[in-house]
Design a protein around this ligand. Structure first.
Ligand SMILES: [Zn+2]
Length: 117
């Protein structure tokens, strides 16, 4: 009795495993033609993160200058971070380098451009 129950349990387990394997192979084979869009989605994600970081830094910088502070000669993102104009140095997820334009009062990424682009 117990042996038969174990055998049935194993059989059910095997069926469930087989069904899930089929389900996995079906779901993994269908996205394969979309490899290129997946890479593009990653680019879009890093671009979005980059622009969001620049936007946050610009907001910080504007609040900082609104308190009467001036960036003076600080031209690089690191210098702005050093004088406390922004809370942390920016880091582009794609490895781009940032520049700050005091005239436009905005940052620019060498890869992703400006927030306003
Ligand atoms: Zn960037």
């Amino acid at each position: 009795m117990n042996t038969r129950l174990i055998a049935v349990t194993i059989a059910v387990a095997l069926i469930v495993t087989a069904v899930s394997l089929v389900g996995c192979s079906n779901s993994s084979s269908s996205p394969s033609p979309t490899v290129a869009p997946a890479v593009k989605a990653e680019d879009d994600a890093s671009r979005a993160a980059c622009l969001a970081a620049m936007q946050a830094a610009q907001t910080e910088l504007h609040a900082w200058t609104a308190q009467g502070n001036t960036a003076q000669g600080a031209a690089t993102v690191q210098e702005l971070a050093d004088i406390g104009a922004i809370s942390k140095s920016l880091a582009c997820p794609a490895g781009g380098s940032y520049t700050y334009s005091p005239v436009a009062e905005e940052f620019s990424c060498s890869i992703h451009g400006r927030v306003s682009d």
